[in-house]
Design a protein around this ligand. Sequence first.
Ligand SMILES: [Zn+2]
Length: 103
Amino acid sequence: MEQFREPEVLGADDMWHCNKCQQFCQATKTLDVWRLPRVLLVHLKRFRFSRTFREKLPTLVRFPTKDLDLRTMELCPSDAADPPIYDLVAISVRRSLSRSWFA
Ligand SMILES: [Zn+2]
């Protein structure tokens, strides 16, 4: 979850156009969380893409089933009586029997 907030330097294919100097510049993208919802849905991107192929990542995902405490992620802290602490309710895993993951 902390990696979600780390700045990402955009590559040569994602140059940002500066309105002041009218140049394309390398930019940095950052995501912040203002306030977390009561129900949190997490979508893990489990694929690696290249120009010629895509593959599902084999990395094991460890995720707490109880008390995922995300209080430090909020820029504007929630009500202390209802902190953003989550229990895992369900997991959905997509599997495909064909070689094409998106069929
Ligand atoms: Zn500029």
